[in-house]
Design a protein around this ligand. Structure first.
Ligand code: SF4
Length: 708
């Protein structure tokens, strides 16, 4: 048996793994005791990763390229050259007839940084379109926009070590116990070591995380800004602000001060549906404990007000000086294993490599120079929801989807499925072939998966880890970055850019891709020019920035109180509370909240293959308050039809004391059956998006429930 160091491919905690393998087969997995994200611990998902690639899952894997030229026929196995030439012909014809913005790429936080880098360069550098978005749009784009708006750069300023050093942990919109279990273990250990540490949890549901809190604020869905503004009101009234910090390191406080005058605790108590005294208690602990750390995730991000929710929470840190010190700061938890890597290479429709701004001509010129292309396009591409709407209305004609399952994970599923049907060409590149999206593929490209890939990932705390291949790809599967390079060299000559394609995509190794990415960060806030594959292998995972000449990365940002804004000061954002995109009504009287289960991951492409991961929750069930069930003459286990303004699903109902009256909860994981024409949970969620981040409101819908 051999052992290879790698990383977990599920959540953004970014745990290190040791993969056990024998004769080309992965046989086991255990936590890497040397990895600073987990020190050997794994949660149930990570500890069962080897079962997702066990021999009995092979029928679910994509082994060989498949192609169909007739939508009414089944795809047939083919060879790589035929598949990629076919896609290159179709892409070239569409680009010539309709321009580069008629094609699009939709990638994934499952990609390694090197995969992101090459696909980003393919779209923006060779083809000349910014139509490259990823499923990070669904999870992190409001956090990106919030950090940029308030602090001037997309850089989480904290580290996991801050959990050990904090005196008050303020968790908002995150069921950390389920979604980031190893971080939660660290929180438990920190509380044991420091019994005076306060844990405040802001969440409409009484989750396992909320259950553990000293103070749980079960606010009404989407009312976080009212709560944060009221906490600031209390801090002002009580004289708990850090006026020296505000004066020296921030701007815009007067406007915010005027705004929060209206947000009395009594007013916020009525809006949020929580006791006034609890708002005051939360404000006191946040402001007066020696160090306060906030952690937040989709409960803030996945709303049409997601950017401002992030900014309103960051306001509290700036007003109290709870930032840039051990145990203090606003810490966004990333959902996916490498959402951070995508942000670093600029692999979203509105971002550029190395945290550069697409709207800045000098930044675009820098990227063009780095890549050796005449220019990169200035017009932002379509973010996820708009990308699929454009596919539906014919503006985009061909889409290349990689390592993600939008036919289950995007909101307003009826629209997404109609878009995939309307597309002239759907290319799906994935490790598995049983996803809802793969059913729409005209061309299926088999990609190597976890345990088979080499490269780098960045976790929530800006820590870059190496991931190594333990076994070769299955069948004819190839690495994502290699597929992109091969395709680019075939497409180039067809669009009059043959020489350029060879020049841009001549990478002879994954490390060559990484070296080019590394160079693109030189002089930027995320500068990693002091790192190399060899250093990461020898010294272990490192945090950025890590510029040339540095001996270590930076655990904490903004310790000097200088922020990457034009004035060097952080910005207060005066923002009002706005209601959710959908409000309950007589017809749709219940709030629906969506969220994760402990043992499933995203659309269950992997975790759904492991029988033991169904023990925790075996099927999708609508969790409702007992009073709401009784009012509808419903009992545990009844089959109900759940309707929203977007769509309908049929499933079981269960009584739960984790939701308040008038609210309900559905796990986000289960999809429908594309072949049978049924849709999953996201048939119910609306496609309303945040105006800045374009992140959809996947967390909430208004629904009605009736017995079948
Ligand atoms: Fe994987 Fe996240 Fe679990 Fe760690 S906490 S083992 S990264 S799923």
């Amino acid at each position: 048996m051999s052992e290879t160091k790698s990383t977990c491919c599920y959540c953004g905690v970014g745990c290190g793994l040791i993969v056990e393998h024998d004769a080309g087969q992965i046989t086991g997995v255990r936590g890497d005791p040397d990895h600073p994200a987990n020190f050997g611990r794994l949660c149930t998902k990570g500890a069962t990763l080897h079962l997702t690639v066990a021999p009995d899952t092979r029928s679910q894997r994509a082994h060989t390229p498949e192609l169909r030229t007739d939508r009414t026929a089944a795809r047939q196995p083919t060879d790589w050259a035929t598949a990629l030439d076919h896609v290159a012909d179709r892409f070239a014809a569409i680009i010539k007839a309709h321009g580069p913005d008629a094609v699009a790429f939709y990638g994934s936080g499952q990609w390694l940084t090197e995969d992101y880098y090459v696909f980003n360069k393919l779209a923006k550098g060779l083809i000349g379109t910014n139509n490259l978005d990823t499923n990070s749009r669904l999870c992190m784009s409001s956090a990106v926009a919030g950090y940029k708006l308030s602090l001037g750069a997309d850089a989480p300023p904290c580290s996991y070590t801050d959990i050990d050093a904090t005196d008050c942990l303020f968790i908002a919109g995150s069921n950390t116990a389920f979604a980031h279990p190893i971080v939660f273990r660290r929180i438990e250990a920190a509380r044991e070591a420091n019994p005076d540490m306060k844990l405040v949890v802001v969440d409409p549901r009484r989750t396992d995380t909320a259950e553990a809190a000293d103070l749980h604020l079960p606010l009404l869905p989407g009312t976080d800004i009212a709560l944060f503004n009221a906490m600031l009101h209390v801090m002002l009234w009580e004289g708990w602000l850090n006026r020296d910090y505000i004066a020296a390191h921030t701007e815009g406080f007067d406007a915010l001060k005027r705004l929060v005058r209206e947000y009395t605790p009594a007013m916020a108590a009525a809006v949020c549906g929580v006791p006034k005294r609890d708002i005051e208690q939360a404000a006191e602990w946040f402001a007066t404990r020696p160090a306060t750390l906030s952690m937040y995730c989709q409960g803030l991000n996945q709303y049409a007000s997601g950017t401002h929710k992030n900014a309103a929470l960051i306001n509290l840190h700036l007003a109290t000086g709870q930032i840039g010190r051990p145990g203090a700061g606003p810490f966004s938890l990333t959902g996916q294993p490498n959402a951070m890597g995508g942000r670093e290479v600029g692999a979203l429709a509105n971002l550029m490599s190395g945290h550069r701004d697409m709207s800045d001509p000098a930044h675009r010129a820098e990227v063009a120079r780095l890549w050796g292309v005449p220019e990169v396009p200035a017009t932002p591409g379509k973010p996820a929801v708009e990308l699929f709407e454009a596919l539906k209305n014919g503006e985009i004609k061909a889409v290349w989807i990689a390592a993600t399952n939008p036919a289950q994970s995007l909101p307003d599923q009826a629209m997404v499925h109609a878009a995939l049907e309307a597309a002239e060409l759907v290319v799906v590149q994935d490790t598995y072939r049983h996803t809802e999206t793969a059913a729409y593929a005209d061309v299926l490209l088999p990609a190597s998966g976890w345990g088979e890939k080499e490269g780098t990932v960045t976790n929530s705390e800006r820590r870059i880890s190496r991931t190594h291949a333990a076994v070769p790809p299955l069948g004819e599967a190839r690495h994502d970055w290699e597929i992109a390079c091969d395709f680019a060299r075939r497409l180039g000559p067809r669009i009059g850019k043959g020489d350029l394609a060879y020049q841009l995509f001549g990478f002879d190794s994954v490390e060559a891709v990484w070296r080019e990415h590394r160079e693109s960060t030189r002089g930027r806030d995320l500068d990693i020019t002091g790192l190399s594959y060899a250093k990461l292998d020898a010294d272990g995972p490192q945090q950025w920035p890590f510029p040339d000449g540095a001996s270590t990365g930076r655990a904490r940002l903004y310790e000097d109180g200088v922020f990457p804004t034009p004035s060097g000061k952080a910005r207060f954002v005066a923002t009002d509370y706005v209601v959710t995109a959908e409000s309950p009504s007589a017809r749709y009287p219940l709030h629906l909240i969506t969220g994760r289960l402990r043992d499933q991951w995203h659309s269950m492409t992997r975790t759904g293959l492991v029988p033991r991961l169904y023990n925790h929750e075996p099927e999708p069930q609508l969790h409702m308050h007992a009073e709401d069930l009784a009012r509808r003459d419903l009992a545990d286990g009844d089959i109900v039809r759940v309707r929203s303004r977007q769509g309908t699903v049929v499933l079981k109902v269960i009584a739960s004391d984790t939701v308040r009256q008038g609210q309900s909860f559905l796990p986000m994981h289960w999809g429908g059956n594309t072949m049978a024409g049924t849709l999953g949970i996201n048939a119910l969620t609306p496609s309303a998006t945040d105006p800045t981040s374009k992140q959809p409101e996947l967390k909430h819908a208004a629904i009605q429930v009736e017995k079948l």
